[in-house]
Design a protein around this ligand. Sequence first.
Ligand code: FES
Length: 164
Amino acid sequence: MSDRKLLSSEAYRAIDKEIAKYPADRKSSAVMAALAIAQNEVGWVSESVVEDISQYLGMRPIAVWEVATFYGMYNLEKPGRSKVAICTNLPCALQGANKMVDQLKAKLGIDFNQTSPDGSVTLKEAECMGACGDAPVVIINDREMRGKIALADVDSLVEELKAR
Ligand code: FES
């Protein structure tokens, strides 16, 4: 739609494609995809994003917030240049995820849901990603999954992310 400003016309076209997957009176079913498209473009789910998506889908803003705050993949604050989320559910924990968490926190000098002081890396805790056979698992920038991470890999992973 040409009168909209927050996202690019490509992003609105992508959202339109998602909307078209559902019956005409069920536009709100596209909310997760719409938030992901907006986050991909803006970097995070800001108040403006929620307002815009709620208007676009004909939803109340609170209903969009409910989705945005329920799922861990939406950034509710502006993240660093890279985001790393580590799964701490039982199969990953049994394969050493908690020690990796300690090392990630120490190496980055931050806790979960924080961004390193240089703005390079945001650390998140993730729920099971359905890749337990590859435990322990991290996901980088919501798209790049890496499994069977060893404690010895943590420092180089951090260096790699800082260099992005
Ligand atoms: S428990 Fe970590 S991916 Fe399933």
